[in-house]
Design a protein around this ligand. Structure first.
Ligand code: HEM
Ligand code: HEM
Ligand SMILES: [Fe+2]
Length: 479
């Protein structure tokens, strides 16, 4: 993104310059995610494709780890973007923050190279330390785990110390508390126990409590800031909503963890606890939709940054459908008995991660680029607006096609493998070879192509948007 039409007339603060670096890496990794997702998808259709060179397990691992890391880079970038603005003082410890960026990026590159070139190791401690820990989504080896903890601690120091020196807005306060939880929970994923039930028990603390509690609160903070910046929504209103959402989110999300404890050997009371609390999880997501749509309507969609606002609205709905509706569909144990671990789960995973998190990071990319390009006009009649509009359309069309295709395949698996064949080994193959399943996988791939085209257009738009604009940004009412 560097040297692409950046106007020096507008001064960006230190945190914002650093944020641009994080965003650049995020977009590159988003591209990697698409690439490995496409390869994994092709292997569903042609199982011998790249067999022995880049197996499905490796592509899948690269696909989902690239996702986690690009979203984390996007979130960290977004927080650095708003930090000085919110706190009202320069970042405390900026040189450290810059150093950590390079350390973090280098570590990611090394981990990816090891995943690609070494791939697997013997069942020994050395593999856990140097190659992979083998826990889905957080497969990074132990040395990188420790590195991540150090990087996150430094990031936390920057954020907390800056707010402490400047002013603690409500957004800032919630953010800091949330980062404590986010970093703390990561530690739960670093235990190693040879008992698979116990291992899964703790692993879910990271996975579930990240995406259904701490990440949700983080995007709540980003949404609040985004609404203030794009539409000039009154701070008091967004901050009130933020507290309501946080209370509901933690109230349901923490014990909602139980929906992953149904079949891993944990006590039976988790059926009731997990079923009940996770069924409540969609409520804060409804609150978020109401919040965003109400504010957008109240301001008659008049915004300083149309692409960012479009992605914020996409977030509100994507979060609600992907996490809320698609999550609710299989969260009761009576249903999960049939759907567990099928493409139904993958359908939900895609819509939720894309809808709740990718969208919010993209909104922030647009907020950042507007200033980077010299605080240019990004309202209606923006020069070259077709690109961002087609990008958002293709990304959603591709994602929805993939999600519906996987849902159909997942439905077929639940029906044939589980309900009819009673979860037998034969049932598994009967479902896996069924024409409905295969057609779903075929359509998933078509959706993948559309999505990838959307990604290319998005990247192109990010490199060019606002470059030919001479008008300056619309002034939204001040806070
Ligand atoms: C943005 C928030 C969310 C994200 C990113 C997300 C993502 C995911 C992913 C990736 C999985 C698959 C994990 C695996 O590999 O085994 C999963 C599983 C699951 N999610 Fe979510 N989820 C979110 C919110 C929710 C909500 C709100 C609910 C319930 C209302 C829910 C219910 C479930 C259930 C029941 C499973 C287990 C599926 C199975 O048994 O195979 N999720 N989620
Ligand atoms: C470029 C288009 C994409 C294609 C072709 C694709 C394909 C795939 C494939 C084949 C898998 C493995 C499924 C399995 O194990 O059965 C997968 C898993 C996954 N992908 Fe994608 N993907 C794409 C984009 C995305 C995006 C944009 C996101 C989110 C931002 C995403 C999130 C996930 C998640 C969370 C999983 C794990 C799901 C689970 O464990 O249930 N993918 N993807
Ligand atoms: Fe969960």
């Amino acid at each position: 993104m560097a040297a692409s039409g950046h106007s020096p007339a507008i001064t960006m603060n230190g945190g914002q310059k650093l944020a641009m670096k994080y965003f650049t890496v995020a977009i590159a990794l988003f591209g990697a995610q698409c690439l490995f997702g496409m390869l994994a998808g092709i292997q569903y259709l042609h199982p011998d494709f790249l067999f022995g060179i880049l197996d499905f397990s490796i592509n899948r691992m690269l696909h989902i780890n690239a996702m986690i890391v690009w979203l984390l880079f996007g979130f960290i970038g977004s927080v650095y973007w708003l930090l000085e603005d919110e706190a009202g003082v320069p970042i405390v410890g900026l040189p450290l923050a810059k150093l950590i960026f390079w350390v973090f990026t280098l570590a990611v590159v090394v981990v990816v190279l090891v995943f690609l070139l070494v791939q697997i190791g013997p069942g020994k401690q050395s593999t856990i330390w140097l190659i992979t820990e083998g826990r889905e989504y957080i497969e990074a080896p132990r040395w990188a785990d420790i590195g991540i903890v150090v990087c996150v601690l430094a990031f936390f120091y920057n954020v907390a110390a800056t707010f402490a020196r400047g002013r603690f807005t409500h957004i800032g306060g919630v953010l800091v508390m949330d980062l404590v939880a986010l970093a703390g929970i990561y530690l739960a994923g670093m235990f190693y126990t040879p008992n698979i039930s116990m291992d899964q028990h703790w692993w879910w603390w990271v996975i579930h409590l990240w995406v259904e509690a701490t990440w949700e609160v983080l995007v709540g903070c980003l949404m609040a800031y985004g609404l203030i910046k794009t539409m000039g929504v009154r701070r008091q209103i967004v901050e009130t909503w933020l507290y309501i959402e946080v209370a509901l989110m933690f109230g349901s999300g923490i014990l909602g963890l139980g929906h992953h404890y149904f079949w891993i050997g944990t006590p039976e009371y988790w059926f009731t606890i997990g079923g009940f609390f996770s069924a409540l999880e969609p409520i804060p997501l409804v609150a978020m939709v109401v919040h965003a749509v109400f504010d957008a309507g109240h301001h008659k969609l008049k915004s300083a940054n149309n692409p960012a606002l479009a992605w914020i609205i996409a977030q509100a709905f994507g979060n609600f459908f992907g996490a809320g509706v698609w999550g609710f569909m299989h969260t009761l144990p009576q249903i999960n008995l049939y759907t567990h671990g099928t493409q139904w789960t993958a359908s939900h995973g895609h819509l939720a991660f894309f809808g709740a998190y990718a969208t919010m990071v993209i909104a922030f990319l647009y907020i950042a680029l507007q200033k980077w390009r010299g605080n240019v006009w990004m309202g209606g009649n923006l020069v070259g607006a077709w690109k961002w509009k087609w990008a958002i359309f293709l990304l959603h069309a591709g994602m929805i096609t993939m999600v519906m295709a996987m849902l159909i395949s997942g439905y077929e698996q639940s029906q044939i493998e589980r309900a009819i064949e009673g979860s037998t080994w034969m049932g598994y193959f009967a479902a896996q070879g069924h024409r409905w399943f295969l057609q779903g996988m075929y359509w998933r791939q078509i959706g993948g192509w559309v999505f990838s085209a959307g990604f290319v257009l998005l990247a192109w738009d990010l490199l060019t948007i606002g470059k030919r604009e001479t008008r300056s940004a619309l002034q939204v009412p001040g806070e």
